[in-house]
Design a protein around this ligand. Structure first.
Ligand code: FAD
Length: 519
């Protein structure tokens, strides 16, 4: 314990040197502060916390905290709050942000998902079978949530495509995937949270209790508090998944079918798919690329052999979950749904796999890319929510216009129903009943392609502005408060008031660059 106290004092002293204050200014309570976990100044810890998946931005913290409990986080934030000299604190989940959102320049990064904490957190994951929910540490990864709940034959309903993301990290954004049309984003499937606010108070919140904080934190980009515990709704877990891809050459037909499929939300399971996504194929290389190991190499798909519309093809990706005893019925249900769609005949690719393998599919692609040293590279990703009424304009201007035939990664496109999103949360979406996610998930293998892709992202955003498409960024990235005000639109006043209430000293998640820290 004595070492930890000393280390924290050291970190604070380093901060004092940084802000140009005298050593004697350190309040004695800071020096006495003890945490149960670990406060680290280790270069490896600092280096890790200075970076993220995007590899586009780097900011070094002074110290990294590996918390042993929510109380440790309370102590760190209370110290920063009471001290009041601009010491910032950011929670870092699994560091899978693109633009430094979890970084804290010259502040403290709290490693929510570090191996050390996760090993002990596993023991604190609690499944309530009767009421069908799980309680998890905020830094828990979704893959672990899945494994823990499957022990009870249960699983969460709403997912992200990739499971090596933390619960607190995805809930700070929304958490979306092919189930969102039916179950809403992950933030619509949370029953209760424990949150340490920017004043260092540990509060339990839900729809009924401290509801303002609850709604603020969901989709709140880490601005109002650090999620230390989440209670997540569960359903009986399916055993297997029939995963299907079909191709379209006509964009209008493709989106008509996608919109039809998501209009079946809320219908009994046998009358709808459980998962609806899709992607755009503008270059042939992509079809056997990371998300497409699905297409059999012994039966390669030749885009040129299909009549692509302006050189572009669209792939609808759908899936149906089932329990082992229902394999026969599932064929009929799928047949009946496929009969209602207008894809290119003979372009049906089907695979059948376990529920876990389906949910964990992107991790398999990750391992392949890692083996080729293609994972730890810069990722100039761009994620947009596009209103349904303008998606055809977007197709013309971007997929068939700006993109050319080099995309450097998958482009996802799938629609969602706005009524599955709780408007009280902090997240912003376009002002229409149906809107699309369009995700450009690009990798830059050298400086030249990084510059090119970054430039192309700017062109896409400029096109959307000029054509007044009404897009909203998902996983938003802006650098000025004016841009953030524009992003939040009508929700800005509420967002600002919530900030003043829960983090008035602007301590938290400064890597988002929404509010400047006090100096
Ligand atoms: P971090 O990057 O560590 O943090 C993100 C933000 O949340 C930061 O501001 C941080 O301060 C804050 N934060 C982190 N933990 C907490 C906490 N406990 N309490 C409060 N604030 C916190 N998103 C989707 O919705 N759907 C997808 O299918 C999807 N797929 C992805 C696939 C890959 C390969 C990658 C890299 C990202 C993907 N994402 C997806 C985006 C992902 O959801 C976000 O980047 C998310 O923030 C990553 O979680 P993380 O734990 O790494 O968060």
């Amino acid at each position: 314990m004595a070492t930890k106290v000393l280390l924290l004092a050291l970190a604070i002293c380093r901060l004092i040197v940084t802000v140009g204050l005298e050593m004697v200014a350190v309040p004695t309570e800071v020096l006495r502060l003890g945490i149960e976990g670990e406060l680290s100044l280790d270069r490896r810890d600092v280096e890790r916390a200075s970076n993220d998946f995007g590899k586009l931005r780097r900011a070094e913290p002074l110290a990294v905290v590996h918390p042993a409990s929510a109380e440790d986080i309370v102590r760190v934030i209370q110290t920063a709050y009471e001290w009041g000299y601009g010491l910032t604190v950011s929670a870092r989940g699994h560091g899978h942000s693109i633009n430094g959102q979890a970084q804290s320049s010259k502040g403290v990064v709290i490693e929510m998902s570090s191996e050390r904490r996760r090993t002990s957190a596993a023991a604190t994951t609690k499944v309530n079978e009767k009421e069908r929910y799980v309680e998890v540490w905020g830094g828990e990864l979704w893959i672990q949530v899945l494994r823990a709940t499957l022990e009870y034959g249960l699983a969460p309903m709403s997912w992200t495509d990739y499971l090596y993301l933390s619960v607190g990290g995805t809930l700070s954004n929304a958490g979306i995937s092919g189930q969102t049309f039916n179950h809403g984003p992950q933030i619509s499937n949370v029953l209760e949270l424990d949150v340490v606010t920017g004043k260092g108070e540990l509060l339990t919140c839900s729809n009924e209790r401290n509801s303002k904080l609850f709604h603020a934190v969901l989709g709140g980009l880490g601005q109002f508090g650090i999620i230390t515990r989440a209670r997540i709704a569960l359903e009986p877990a399916p055993h297997r998944v029939r995963w299907i891809r079909v191709l379209y050459s006509n964009f209008a037909v493709f989106t008509k079918d996608q919109e039809f499929l998501i209009s079946l939300h809320g219908k009994p399971a046998r009358q709808r798919f459980d998962y609806v996504e899709g992607f755009v194929i503008v270059d042939e290389g992509l079809i056997n690329n990371w998300r497409s190991s699905f297409f059999s190499p012994s039966n390669p798909v030749k885009i040129s052999s299909l009549k692509a519309d302006g050189g572009v093809l669209y792939c609808l990706e759908i899936a149906k979950n089932y329990r082992e005893g229902d394999a026969d019925i599932i064929d009929q249900e799928i047949e009946s749904l496929l009969n209602k769609l207008d894809f290119i005949p003979s372009s049906v690719f089907t695979t059948d796999l376990s529920y876990v393998d389906f949910l964990d599919r992107v991790h398999k692609a990750e391992l392949k890319l890692r083996a080729k040293s293609l994972w730890d590279v810069p990722h100039p990703w761009l994620n947009l929510f596009v209103p349904k009424s303008r998606i055809a304009d977007f197709d013309r201007g971007v997929f068939k216009g700006i993109l050319g035939n080099k995309t450097s990664g998958p482009i996802l496109i799938y629609p969602m129903n706005k009524n599955k999103w709780d408007q009280r949360s902090s997240v912003v979406t376009p002002d229409e009943d149906v809107f699309y996610l369009v995700a450009f998930l690009r990798s830059a293998l050298d400086t030249e392609s990084l510059d090119y892709l970054t430039y192309q992202n700017r062109q896409i955003l400029r096109f959307c502005d000029d054509a007044d498409i009404g897009v909203k960024q998902y996983l938003p990235h802006y650098t000025t408060q004016e841009e953030w005000m524009d992003h939040f639109g009508d929700k800005w006043d509420q967002f600002y008031q919530r900030k003043m209430q829960f983090d008035p000293r602007r301590i938290l998640a400064t890597g988002q660059r929404i509010f400047m820290p006090f100096t």
